[in-house]
Write a protein of this length. Structure first.
Length: 96
């Protein structure tokens, strides 16, 4: 097994264990790490009120800007999706 494959597998397993919410996007669902609407970013230098999810790359194929999804039965719209970082996608959400 290559290092990249091992890292991807570890990322997926870690996100499953750390998941604190479930996202439903169309017919797909996945466990995600959900960061609520109020938190500090950039080492506490910026306060944001936009919720975010972190999900394993490929877990939600329809995760694109403008997509409608639910996080624990609360409706959101995806406002941005970051480039994958070590197999993890971060999506910023807006409550609808």
């Amino acid at each position: 097994m290559t290092f990249a494959a091992l890292e991807a597998r570890l990322t997926t397993v870690s996100l499953v264990k750390l998941a604190n919410a479930t996202v439903v996007l169309g017919a797909e669902s996945a466990g995600v790490v959900f960061d609520g609407p109020s938190r500090q970013v950039f080492d506490g230098m910026v306060h944001t009120t936009e919720p975010q999810i972190q999900v394993a790359e490929g877990a939600l194929a329809g995760l694109v800007r403008g997509a409608a999804l639910t996080v624990d039965a609360v409706a959101y719209t995806v406002t941005s999706v970051s480039e994958p970082d070590r197999g993890i996608l971060t999506a910023t959400l807006r409550k609808t």
